[in-house]
Structure formats: C-alpha cells, structure tokens
Design a protein around this ligand. Structure first.
Ligand code: PMV
Length: 353
C-alpha cells in the first residue's frame, strides 16, 4: 500500500563489492540496452566495495531525473551523465525515480584513482538502494529482490549486475547454464571449501591513472572487429569448461582458462580499429614473474586482468603467506608506489543501517 511521503525523507544504504570476471564480458549486442554479446563469469571482491546511501525527497515534477551525487563527500560532475543515463533507463518502471529528488552519497573503501574499477560496486550499491526505496515508496514487494537489483544494475554498468550475487556468478544466456539470462546475473556455484577455494585476489596497482579508452568505447569497437564472433564463441566454450573445471577442482584447467581469458580481453583491444593497448610494460613483467614463480613453486597462482594495466593475482587462501611473500619480494618494484590490495572473494552485498 502506498505511503504518504509529502514531508518524509526516506533512505536506503547498501554496501556492494566490486567483482572480477574469470570469463570476460567484452562486447554488447547491437541495438539493445546493455545486452552482452557473450556470457561471463565472475566472483565478487569481498573487501573492495562501495557503500552508497540514497535519501529521497518527494516533489520531482521536472519530468527528468533529479539527483545530486557525492563521492567521498565531494560532488563529482564526471559521473553525472552515466548516472543520469541509468535513471533515464529505469524511469518508466521506477516511481522513486520519476517522483523524487535523489541524494546519493557514495564512498569506496579503496582510494579513488588507483585504477580499480569502481563502477560495478557503485552501480551495484545504487541499484540495491533504488529497488529498496521503490518498495518503501510504492508498498510493492519484488518477488526476487536480488534479480530485480541485478537487472537494473546492468543498466548502469553491465558488469555491475554480477556484483549483486555471492559466490560464482554468471551473466548472459548460455544453453548449458540453467536460468541464465541476458537481463540479470545468477549465482551458479558455491565452490566447495577445500582444495582450490575460497580464492583470494591481490590487485597489484601497475598504473593508477585514468584509462585512455573507456570500457564503453572498448565494447563498441567490437562491433566492427573482424575477430569478435570467434571471441564470443570461445567465451561460450570457456564458460562450460570453467564450470566443469571448478566442479572437478581441476586447478590446472582453471588457471589456463582464466589466464587465457585475460589475454584474450587485451588481444581484442589490440585488434580493434583503432587499435590500442591498456597494459603497461610492468603488467607484462608481473605476468612473466608469475609464470616463473608457478613453475618453480608449483603453487596454484594465476593472474587475470581487467580493462586496465593492473594485475589481479588469484590463488587459494591456503597459500596466502607464500604468495604475499612472493609479491613483497619480487613484484613490488613493478607496482606504482608499491601499492596493492588484498581481498577475499565471493561475498554478497550487505544492507547497512
Ligand atoms: O561493465 P562495463 O561496461 O564497464 O564492462 C567492463 C567489462 C570488463 O570489466 C572489462 C570485463 C568484465 O567482464 O567485467
């Protein structure tokens, strides 16, 4: 039942983790809003998250989204158009966006400008707040709250839809993944604790600067990329193979799929027109050190990359001491200001008071 909100300020507050893809989403279906060209798999970075609070005030009669946005207490104009596009995309379905002023305050628990993508965590948290507020304002109850939040998070930033779910998360239609959808992500697997899992992720900061080519531009360059169809087919196969490998705890196979996916993401950038590279010499130096270390130690450590120069090292929690020691002694010289972040994986978002 609708509540009278004339003079009432309602709010919602969520923490949402960032995520890293093991099978990459790179390319969108033409002519549709944020529909992936291939399915992807990710895990959340439990300790690298955004906390977002949205407070609403009744009385938006402008016919346009009305909002303010503060990141770490400061207004950020550079985010304005992305957030506005998001609100326009959900305008029809969400009364809270049509009729209210929205005051958004967000903070990341990792420093801004370290090259760690914050949009997945940020849009994940914002989507959760908006769904929660829509329920408060209209009295309706979303039968599947996470699914609804994932659906709209996708409209802010594609990969954000995966941050809403815990454990191993899949997004995008795949004939062998039941309930898979292009519209929202699903939790597909809670890997058995034991041999390979849970994984930890250490993010080595190679370059803290802004990316020269944004992800949106990168996605769109796939449309004219002569290799894109092959890439999409390989991603579909890698989804099947990765799920099998995780179920069978086949670390060798997990490593080869995850590393190949990271390199394919960057290879697609290099064969786009115009071509470009986002990794740096130190990215390559780290990868070579990881291969050398794995060969010598036989420890199951693997790298992956996002759309940037930073390197994510994934490894079973069990080997944390050895891997941190390896990083401290061999990899720090390749990190900008010796910076790295350590995170557990697989956490779900949390509603805050
Ligand atoms: O969510 P977007 O549109 O910023 O796309 C990001 C895609 C990658 O991070 C490069 C890969 C992925 O699957 O997360």
């Amino acid at each position: 039942m609708p509540i009278n909100l004339e003079n009432q300020n309602l709010s919602s507050y969520y923490r949402c983790p960032s995520n890293i893809a093991l099978v990459k989403y790179w390319g969108k279906k033409n002519g549709a809003a944020q529909i992936p060209a291939n399915p992807s798999i990710s895990i959340n970075l439990s300790d690298l998250y955004a906390e977002t609070k949205v407070t609403i005030q009744h009385g938006n009669v402008s016919g346009l989204p009305a909002f303010s946005f503060l990141l770490d207490g400061q207004s950020k104009n550079s985010f304005h158009s992305k957030i506005e596009t998001f609100f326009k995309r959900i305008w029809q379905e969400f009364e809270v966006v049509r009729n209210f002023h929205l005051h958004i305050e967000s903070r990341n628990n990792f420093p801004h400008g370290t090259g760690i993508a914050s949009s997945a965590a940020g849009f994940g948290a914002l989507a959760l707040c908006i769904c929660d507020l829509e329920q408060q304002v209209t009295g309706k109850v979303f039968p599947n709250f996470e699914q609804e939040a994932s659906k709209i998070a996708r409209l802010g930033s594609g990969s954000a839809c995966r941050s809403i779910l815990p454990n191993l998360v899949e997004w995008g239609e795949h004939s062998e993944v039941s309930n898979s959808s292009n519209l929202h992500a699903i939790e597909i697997l809670k890997p058995e604790k034991g041999n390979g899992f849970p994984l930890m992720d250490i993010v080595l900061i190679v370059d803290a600067g802004e990316k020269k080519v944004s992800s949106s531009e990168g996605h769109s360059l796939l449309d004219a990329n002569p290799y894109s169809e092959v890439r999409y087919e390989v991603a579909v196969k890698n989804i099947t193979n990765l799920i099998h490998a995780i179920r069978r705890d086949n670390m060798r196979s997990i490593i080869s799929i995850v590393e190949s996916e990271a390199l394919q993401l960057h290879a697609m950038m290099m064969v786009s027109s115009p071509y470009y590279m986002l990794f740096r010499p130190n990215t390559v130096a780290i990868i070579e050190k990881v291969w050398e270390f794995r060969e010598k130690s036989s420890l199951p450590v693997m790298f992956t990359l996002d759309a940037g120069a930073n390197v994510h090292l994934l490894f079973p929690e069990l080997y944390r001491t050895q891997i941190v020691n390896f990083i401290e002694t061999e990899l720090l010289p390749f990190c900008q200001n010796g910076l790295y972040f350590c995170s557990a994986t697989g956490a779900a978002p949390v509603k805050l008071n």
